[in-house]
Design a protein around this ligand. Structure first.
Ligand code: UFG
Length: 325
């Protein structure tokens, strides 16, 4: 069986749907602090917290687990700066408990959900895995430290791992079974979709004086179902014997500015989206675009949903289903 921590969250739930297609049995472990019970699509659901070592240990003893996919974490950049202790505690301590339970129970394979935030403000784009790792926020720091833990565990205990560094996960399951539902919502596309639905009055653009063609930040939006397929490939690679720790970027390779995303949402939804110009948000790099060549060549990863309008359309279909009253 495959244990998916945080499997009731946005990215985790999409990965579970992809795993279901492979015929593998899935245990979703989630504390439901940010995840949603109805979005846990595994064969078994275990509600609990990674802070609780004896709970995790029991889960490992109860099931025959061959590998872990680890999402459970606090993941808001802004919040990580105002509540660093929560991030150190939840992400670092939770992951340490998980790795310890894996070691004790002789489970040696893990796919880890890392982030582009490990690169901070990169000097060159597209960003490759060899770029310097200098996170500029606590969230990125915790993910980078967990990547280091994976390396140390590999050397000391023979743990095999793959860390995926996501750029901007976006879009939703084509069949609208799951999608983004964060409380609070801080991400660009769902906030604009809230405006399209009439749930917010406008979208504030955080800064229009960046050194980009239209002055707004450029990001690499990668369809969450494509992210999910990479996890299945990573897992297969580990199960077929890939040793040690590897990291792979996952991005679309194309950059869109905040204003271009707003325009795409206008085109897809055919709704009026009022825009307010706001100040820069602290810690936002001007441009983040990935090179995913390594994942493509080494894992055979092929993206299927690279068109920004398709990405926004799937998000809009989900958003209407989930949030229209
Ligand atoms: N933005 C706005 N207005 C909003 C919300 C966002 O202008 O109301 C802008 C941001 O300034 C940024 C872009 O839209 O330029 C995208 O912002 P998101 O909050 O959607 O995403 P981030 O790029 O900040 O964060 C993503 C992931 C994080 C990851 C980070 C790496 O969600 O998990 O990339 O830098 F850590």
């Amino acid at each position: 069986m495959i244990l998916v921590t945080g499997g009731a969250g946005y990215i985790g739930s999409h990965v579970v749907l992809e795993l279901n297609k492979t015929g593998k049995e899935v245990i979703v472990l989630d504390n439901l602090s940010r995840g949603h019970k109805e979005l846990a699509f595994g064969d078994v659901f275990e509600e609990g917290d990674l802070q609780n070592f004896s709970f995790i240990d029991t889960v490992f003893k109860k099931y025959n687990i061959e590998a872990v996919v680890h999402f459970a974490a606090s993941s808001l950049v802004g919040e990580s700066m105002t509540s660093p202790e929560d991030y150190y505690y939840n992400n670092l301590f939770g992951s340490l408990n998980l790795l310890r339970a894996m070691r004790i129970n002789d489970v040696n394979r893990i796919v880890f959900s890392s982030t582009a935030a490990v690169y901070g403000e990169p000097e060159h784009v597209p960003v490759s895995e060899s770029a310097e790792l200098v996170p500029t926020n606590v969230y990125g720091e915790t993910k980078l430290f967990i990547e280091t833990m994976l390396e140390r565990y590999s050397n000391a205990y023979g743990l095999d791992s793959i860390a995926f560094r996501y750029f901007n996960a976006a879009g939703a399951d084509a069949d609208r079974r799951t999608g983004e539902d964060h409380i609070p919502e801080t991400h660009l596309i769902p906030i604009i979709l809230d405006v399209a639905l009439g749930k917010r009055e406008n979208i504030t653009v955080f800064g229009n004086d960046y050194t980009t063609p239209d002055g707004t930040c450029i990001r690499d939006y990668i369809h969450v179902t494509d992210l999910a397929s990479a996890h299945v490939l990573g897992l297969e690679k580990l199960l077929s014997g890939q040793r040690g720790k590897s990291s792979y970027n996952l991005g679309n390779g194309k950059g869109y500015s905040v204003l271009q995303i707003i325009e795409s949402v206008r085109e897809v939804t055919q709704r009026i989206i009022p825009v307010v110009e706001g100040k820069r948000r602290q810690g936002d790099p001007a441009v983040l675009v990935a090179s995913s060549a390594k994942a493509e060549s080494q894992l055979g990863w092929v993206q299927k949903h690279t068109d920004i309008k398709e990405i926004v359309s799937t998000a809009w279909n989900w958003h209407q289903r989930r949030f229209s009253k």
